[in-house]
Design a protein around this ligand. Sequence first.
Ligand code: NAP
Length: 268
Amino acid sequence: MRFAVQSRNDPQSNELMERAINYLTHFGLELDEEKPEIVLSIGGDGTLLQAFHRYTHMLSEVAFVGIHTGHLGFYADWKPAEIEKLVISIAKNEFDVIEYPLLEMTINYQDNTDCFTYLALNESTVKSPEVTLVMDIELNGKLFERFRGDGLCVSTPSGSTAYNKALGGAIIHPSLETIQLTEMASINNRVFRTVGSSLVLPAHHNCVLKPVKVDDFMVTIDHIQLLHKNVKTIQYRVAKDKVRFARFRAFPFWQRVHDSFIDSDLRD
Ligand code: NAP
């Protein structure tokens, strides 16, 4: 089996990366950064986001596993002390693969030049660089509302515990093929009105954002932020592609939510 390792690049993560490479090659696995079948991410959830974006062109061929060298993560749920156990399971091919939904974003520009499509593991956000964001939100081709506020966040189920949660969005189980649209500080008064709640859309629905006046936006895809100029539309939907995680033991999603947010004594 071919493997690759992504490190957060701090001393502890780098040391663990060296050990993982030594163990895995000792067991006859081949280090292949170009075409890995399994990718070990060593660091935090942010490190796994980087690993994901490094291999988005081959998601159907690769499975990810995350080891945390800081606190317990949603994607990085193995402890450093478990590295040998993990390596043996990988070498013996003793793991299941589970799939989580992704977010697809497509941006079209005013001059009808190329449109660009991106995949997000956590979320995409849209903000106006200097002024209040004003966007018409269309759901399935029909105007739903005109949004005014700080910004909008569209998250995947597994990303619902990240930025979306900080904005008051719901935590969604990753077995549900959905995306969630959450407001950032909408302006609501007698003149301007938004629904105020997060919207959870199923896989056969889509959401299109249309600029009202300003058409330059700061758009994020996970940890990547880009300024897009002359934007005509930004479309979101559940992606056809999925991300694959190698699962070696049961660690249910709600248990991870509990251990991360409720009972801090269980954090590592
Ligand atoms: P960062 O600003 O260095 O870290 C953001 C934090 O979010 C880290 O503690 C990270 O965990 C955690 N995180 C990432 N994915 C998560 C998930 N699915 N569930 C729960 N926590 C998660 O940025 P980064 O490490 O490059 O990560 C980018 C992410 O930061 C974005 O995708 C966005 O979700 C998040 N973010 C959150 C806020 C907010 O909560 N107000 C604001 C901006 C961005 P680790 O420490 O394990 O890496």
